[in-house]
Design a protein around this ligand. Sequence first.
Ligand SMILES: Nc1ncnc2c1ncn2[C@@H]1O[C@H](COP(=O)(O)OP(=O)(O)O)[C@@H](O)[C@H]1O
Ligand SMILES: [Mg+2]
Length: 243
Amino acid sequence: MPTVASLQNLFKIYRKPGTDIEVYALRDVSIDFEQGQYTAIMGASGSGKSTLMNIIGCLDQPTSGRYILGEDDISQLQDDALSEIRSRRIGFIFQNFNLIQQLTVLENLEVPMFYLGIPPHERHRRAVELAHRVGLEQRLDHRPMQLSGGQQQRVCIARALINEPLILLADEPTGALDSKTGVQILQLFDELVAQGRTIIMVTHDPTVAHRCQRVIHLHDGQISRDELNARHPVAAEDGQLTG
Ligand SMILES: Nc1ncnc2c1ncn2[C@@H]1O[C@H](COP(=O)(O)OP(=O)(O)O)[C@@H](O)[C@H]1O
Ligand SMILES: [Mg+2]
């Protein structure tokens, strides 16, 4: 499978405000993500997971190193070019849903399409289709408050698919859900992966990570382990990672 995202020798160095103290949030991180790959990122608090996800998601840039997303080298882009790429090529799924409370399910899906310049009729058609895809076709006129946590997360997943993203990024997507609902969301992820979606997910839960094809462990800003799940049907075809 082709590479959709290539991180090459990334460093992210923060400076503590008002001091000369530098924090190496990422040190020499190199990862190639293949199209259609389902990856879990694990690591203790402070190990650099969010920093890595923010860079992959074009919310932030590395201090040094290269990041190629699709065919674009985005390591040197200015903020406006970065946010343009982000809105076109990345889908985000957050732990706390980030839905607009005043809007219905349908409207929550239509608003981002407005910003992507999609015409009104098309917006409506695609919002209905996406709601269908995540099993919310009966809930189009509900507001987030009237939905369960699992249903709200489904809206988020539908919303993240609007721009047909190259990569879906999920930061602890089941963290706010009970385990039964969490499994339903993970089943939806399995379906998306089966349809060819590329998903990168942060999780602290080994049983959640175990459902992924690849598990990358961060430790103090460095990759400490990068392994394919041999028992995973897709990963098993590819064999073990070397090196
Ligand atoms: N904006 C920032 N300014 C300074 N230090 C930061 C900033 N963001 C993160 N860090 C530091 O970078 C390291 C990695 O943080 P983070 O990526 O949030 O880790 P994780 O998501 O794994 O908990 C930590 O030491 C954290 O304190
Ligand atoms: Mg974090």
